[in-house]
Each structure stands twice: as C-alpha cells, then as structure tokens.
Write a protein that binds this ligand. Sequence first.
Ligand code: PEP
Length: 241
Amino acid sequence: MRQLIAGNWKMFGRLTDVTPFAEAMRAAPAHVDLLVCPPFTLLERFATALEGGQMALGAQNCHANPQGAHTGDIAAPMLVDAGAAYVILGHSERRNDHGENNAVIRAKTESAIAAGLIPIVCVGETEGEREAGEAEHVVRSQLQHSLPPGFAGVVAYEPVWAIGTGRTPTEDDVKSMHAAIRAALAAQLGQDGAKIRILYGGSVKPGNAASLLALPEVGGALVGGASLKAEDFLAIANAAP
Ligand code: PEP
C-alpha cells in the first residue's frame, strides 16, 4: 500500500503562504500520496495552487449536519465545494478544545462520507492513560465508537502526549499499537479493515520519519508542526518507504 503523508496546518497559515508551499510540492517524490489540510480560509486558494500536481487537499473539521443553523460551523458538502477531498476528524485538539466525543466524531464521519470526503479519524491515548496501561483499551474504544459500520477512510494513531511536544513513543510501542489497531479494524470491518491506512502522528520530523514510517502497519504520517515548512515536509515524504 502506498503511504500517505498528510500535513495538518492547524490554525497556522496565511494566503501568502499558499503559492510558495504548493510550488515547492512539485518536487515531491512520486512514490507517496501527499495531502495538506490547511485552515478553511486557505482551501480555495490551495485548490487552485495545487491543480495539476500530486498533492491532495483536505480540511481539519466539519459539522455533522450537511447544512443548518450552526453559526461559525462548516458542513462537509461546503468543503467539497472548496476543493477538499479529505477531512481530519477527532483530532485531540478538537476533542479537548471543543469537547468532541466519540459519538460526535462518528456523526461527523458519517456526514463526511455522505458528502464524498475521505475521513481521517484520529485516535490516541493521553499520557495518564498510557502510564495506567490503558493505551490500547482507550484506542480500541475510540475506534469502536467513532467509526461507523462500513468505514472506508483513514485512521491516524496520535498519542496525545506526543503531539507538538517533540516526544515520540518507542518503536515497539508504535508497532504494538498499530498491530492492535489493525486487529480492531478487522474485528469491526471484516476484510475491509485490511485496506485502511493507519497513519502515525505525533512529533514526526525529518530526523525520525524514516524509522517511524518503516514500522509494520504504519501506512504514513499525520504531520503537524513540521508540515508548515515545505522543506521539512518534503524530507518526511522522501523518507517514506
Ligand atoms: C498533529 O497536529 O496532528 C500533529 C501530529 O502535530 P505535531 O506533528 O506537531 O506533533
């Protein structure tokens, strides 16, 4: 399976950043799938700037309803209008900042799929949960309650304590968590569970990308901070097997 290297720009980036980044991506390696998920305000500009290239476009959130009286929210069909093909859902920053629970994430995931988007559903334990030996249990429960039946998107394993901290799990911990996620997907989705890419996310940088991406059941990376610099993002893409 080709790896997917996805950038999450979070709440960073201005219009002037789009063209230089998109132009730099024209030098990206052809053996990986590439995705950038900028803030809503940059989607349309990115859609134009990426035309004819290999990089796909995604958003970082959507509402569970396709339209309605929800001031300040954006619906999945609107993301499609703006040129997005993917949407990140259930990122721990959404879970924490906006109190999104698994049921909300599942409803958003269903809405994204109905609109024709590919959802990237994020799961991951807190540091306390890992220390208590609960990491796999927490992640299995997130998968069970946030993925709708017949889910055919992407899953991103992002330990909350590794996001933006410069810390990463050991290779053995990544291996065992990705194996546990693969087994949970098979139990939930049957044979289709094997087709789902499982990304690793949390402080992926040019210096650690090759070793993380080479681990079994790692199907790519969800990159936050290091995706803002074209040079670093390209180095990560080049490190993919
Ligand atoms: C993320 O935002 O999904 C993320 C993994 O961030 P960072 O790479 O900065 O840890």
